[in-house]
Design a protein around this ligand. Structure first.
Ligand code: ATP
Ligand code: MG
Ligand code: MG
Length: 143
């Protein structure tokens, strides 16, 4: 059960809580594989009503920022050596994560309920909402 676990990580406080839960689960399931995934959204950046394909310079900056998010996640787990980290670059986070989960046959997705967004009225952010809505495997949502 839960042989392959994917943690979706955006560096937010809630995602850090999700990472803690993922590590506890991994300790309970030593044979399972835990992979931490962060999505850098490089294409179709939305500014106002316009879709903009960002310049190479902006793409480089987004790439570096995304690597920093994963570095930070790695530092949190390094003492345990419990997980691998993967950077996905391209489209919208939820779709990228759902495609990755299907392609790589994960058994469980762990997400934070909210992320870096500032609007906190709703229980779920748009990424966690889309993942819960469309995933075909169990999703653990951590508050
Ligand atoms: P919104 O983005 O809709 O304004 P939000 O930022 O508060 O709202 P989400 O983005 O849905 O909420 O974040 C919920 C969870 O989804 C995060 O805790 C994290 O687990 C995951 N997540 C969000 N963005 C990414 C990303 N770029 N890469 C990987 N996981 C992500
Ligand atoms: Mg967000
Ligand atoms: Mg968002």
């Amino acid at each position: 059960m839960f042989g392959k676990i994917l943690l979706a990580y955006d560096g937010s406080e809630t995602a850090k809580n999700a990472l803690e839960q993922a590590m506890e689960l991994k300790l309970m399931l030593p044979d399972s594989i835990l992979e931490i995934v962060h999505v850098a959204q490089l294409q179709n950046v939305i500014v106002g009503d316009a879709f903009i394909t960002s310049s190479a310079v902006i793409q480089d900056e987004l790439h570096d920022a995304a690597e920093a998010v994963l570095d930070e996640a790695r530092r949190r787990i390094s003492h345990l050596g419990l997980a691998t980290t993967t950077l996905l670059e391209g489209g919208t986070p939820a779709q990228m994560i759902l495609d990755y989960v299907n392609d790589h046959l994960f058994d469980l997705i762990i997400v934070g309920s909210r992320g870096l967004g500032t609007f906190k009225e709703l229980l779920l952010g748009s990424v966690s909402y889309e993942i819960v809505q469309h995933a075909t495997i169990p999703v653990l949502v951590v508050k």
